[in-house]
Design a binder for this molecule. Structure first.
Ligand SMILES: Cc1cc2nc3c(=O)[nH]c(=O)nc-3n(C[C@H](O)[C@H](O)[C@H](O)COP(=O)(O)OP(=O)(O)OC[C@H]3O[C@@H](n4cnc5c(N)ncnc54)[C@H](O)[C@@H]3O)c2cc1C
Ligand code: SF4
Length: 578
């Protein structure tokens, strides 16, 4: 596959529209705005990584990691995995052309219908949810092409997960996931030809096969085919109004040192799609630089009720450590990182519902897992079964993992659980030393998280494993949460008294329902509450809807089908034809 991004020497001073970021919201905006005939530039802080170049070893994984620990920063600021630690909650997001789609678990679920009944959402969106929003979902699914795991090859992790489900009085269903399971020889809407998934399990460290339907496989090539220019290594700092234009102040991360004078670009239309943390940070800085914005900016943060936990050293094989591509071991297929779902949302009270998904750990972490899992299991775990025979079997499996590695013994018998639920959505973000910080101390002490922990303990007991919560959530470490689904901060509302943007994703000036001309936020930060399911599909649907309304407001038209501008591209690393 060839690069989608251009050399920065090609950057022009002015565009019709500038899109910041390149994930679900930004990619969707870039495709739709360029299909409307606008000259679009996409500015992304991360680098472009093509299939075949995602991390393959523990060393690659460490090099691809950056962390903001509050007191210090680790790693390169364009590294793929971007961890933010904060008071009460840490957040992991992606950084690169394609945003967090590069490292996510592919699941594309609609939220419970009752989520949109709640008054968190602007009245206009609630009213339009059976029409405009449904059309947004339809368009998103046509581009992202999710499919369920065909279940033609037996996966040990699914079999084990079915036992966990039974113990909870539920069943495993196969959720739609953004994975191509059969060779796609004709190409998708923008013409991407993709090879079939090899079931390597490495989706969360980046797909080296080209089968994962990330944003560089659909919306971004579509935008490029319609004239959009994508630039990597550009970090937007803030924006200012300049007559009819917006001035974008940015750093070229390949050239400019931190603290160097900022460069500028301009456009009459700007869409911020830098993700929940990125867009909120840019607008908070813009506010500090004099832009009139709602006082709600930064409020309404949610971690989507996320919990990650493990059933360690179970009594059966789970085969849930990725094998990479090309595979580093010859063993049974792992499957896509998430293939199964236990849906526990049918509760009387919406906020009591949750979904549980099973996961696979990427191969890059394999060498560290025997010690890591044994350490966390011993210090933070709770064994769910007892007896002398079981004790020796467990110790034997641990020794086997120490001696022979992650594909045997206790690590190979470990189930990863991922949960999404509802967490109150009332966290706050602010700037500290010009960097975004989340303030949400004690959120992890809410009853919902104990309830999730109790449920997962039951799920683990069905497999005879040691239940291990996220260690940061232990009592000793102060009940800190970890989220991979940050939402809110530039939340939608009816007006500036209860939101930062309106239902069309236009940014409020702070004065009632007045909006800034040409300024949009389209990404996870726009969502005013937890969804209780993986949010990427809804972020895309809401952006699709915003783009339909944009076209109406600006008297522009666009279609969403196969266009005559489509180029055939090959996602496989073995084929670099355009
Ligand atoms: C491990 C993991 C698993 C996940 N699994 C799933 C799943 O199965 N299903 C699901 O629905 N969701 C999943 N998610 C979450 C999902 O991927 C995100 O919710 C989604 O990608 C958010 O989309 P977005 O458009 O808001 O922003 P993102 O996709 O995060 O994109 C934002 C982009 O903006 C860039 N950016 C940030 N700041 C700046 C700046 N100042 N200047 C320029 N660029 C900037 C970032 O580098 C990034 O590329 C997962 C996330 C992770 C980490
Ligand atoms: S399982 Fe492997 S081949 Fe399939 S989508 Fe995930 S990373 Fe790609």
């Amino acid at each position: 596959m060839k690069n989608l991004s251009k050399n920065k020497t090609g950057l022009q001073e002015n565009y019709d529209a500038i899109v910041v970021g390149s994930g679900y919201g930004a990619g969707t905006s870039a495709s739709r705005l360029s299909r409307m005939g606008l000259r679009v530039a996409v500015l992304e802080r991360g680098q472009e990584i093509l299939p075949g170049n995602f991390p393959k070893t523990l060393g690659d994984g460490l090099e691809s990691f950056q962390a903001d620990l509050g007191f210090t920063k680790l790693g390169n600021e364009t590294a793929l995995f971007d961890l933010h630690t904060n008071k009460g909650i840490s957040v992991l997001v992606g950084c690169g052309i394609g945003g967090t789609s590069l490292i996510n678990g592919n699941v594309m679920l609609h939220p419970d219908d009752r989520v949109f009944d709640t008054e968190f959402w602007p009245a206009a969106l609630r009213k339009d949810r059976k029409d405009g929003l449904q059309e947004g979902y339809r368009r998103a699914e046509a581009m992202l092409t999710p499919a369920t795991y065909p279940d033609d090859v037996k996966l040990a992790k699914l079999d084990a997960f079915r036992k966990s489900a039974k113990a909870l009085g539920a069943e495993v269903v196969l959720p739609p996931i953004n994975v191509t399971f059969e060779d796609r020889t004709e190409g998708n809407i923008p013409g991407m030809v993709q090879p079939a998934c090899t079931l390597c399990g490495d989706c969360c460290s980046g797909c080296n096969v080209g089968s994962k339907n990330t944003i560089p496989m659909n919306y971004l090539p579509d935008a490029v085919d319609h004239g959009a220019e994508i630039f990597a290594g550009i970090q937007v700092h803030h924006i200012e109004r300049d007559g009819d234009n917006w001035l974008i102040f940015y750093r070229d991360l390949d050239d400019d040192a931190d603290g160097a004078d900022l460069r500028t670009l301009s456009a009459p239309i700007v869409t911020l799609g830098a993700g929940t943390l990125g867009s909120t940070e840019i607008l908070l800085r813009s506010k500090e630089n004099g832009l009139d914005l709602s006082d709600q900016l930064g409020k309404g943060f949610s971690g989507n009720g996320d919990v990650i936990a493990f059933g360690y050293n179970c009594d059966e094989q789970v085969d849930a450590v990725g094998v990479g591509h090309p595979p580093i071991v010859d063993k049974a297929p792992v499957g896509p990182v998430i293939a199964g779902l236990i849906d526990l949302r049918d509760t009387e009270n919406l906020d009591d519902g949750m979904v549980i998904q099973e996961g696979a750990i990427p191969s890059v972490l394999g060498p560290a897992l025997p010690e890591l899992m044994a350490g966390t299991g011993t210090f933070f775990g709770k064994d769910t079964d007892h007896g002398i025979r079981d004790f020796f079997a467990e110790k034997g499996r641990m020794l086997k993992s120490f001696a022979l590695g992650a594909y045997t013994g206790s690590v190979n018998a470990t189930m990863t659980y991922l949960v999404m639920a509802h967490d109150g959505s009332d966290g706050e973000m602010h700037l500290e030393n010009d960097k975004l910080k989340i303030d949400w101390e004690d959120a992890g002490k809410r009853p919902v998280f104990q309830n999730i922990s109790d449920t997962l303990k039951k799920a683990t007991a069905a497999l005879g494993g040691t239940y291990v919560d996220n260690p940061a959530w232990s009592k000793m470490l102060g009940r800190n949460l970890v989220s991979v689904h940050p939402l809110g901060g530039c939340s939608m509302g009816d007006n500036a008294e209860n939101g930062t943007i309106d239902h069309k994703c236009r940014v409020f000036t702070g004065n009632s329902d007045e909006v800034h001309q040409g300024l949009y936020v389209c990404d996870g930060s726009a969502l005013p509450r937890s969804l209780g399911v993986n949010p990427a599909l809804t972020i895309t649907a809401i952006t699709e809807r915003a783009m339909m309304l944009f076209a109406l407001d600006y008297d522009r038209q666009f279609d969403t089908g196969i266009s005559e501008k489509r180029q055939i591209r090959y996602a496989s690393p073995d084929n670099d034809s355009v």
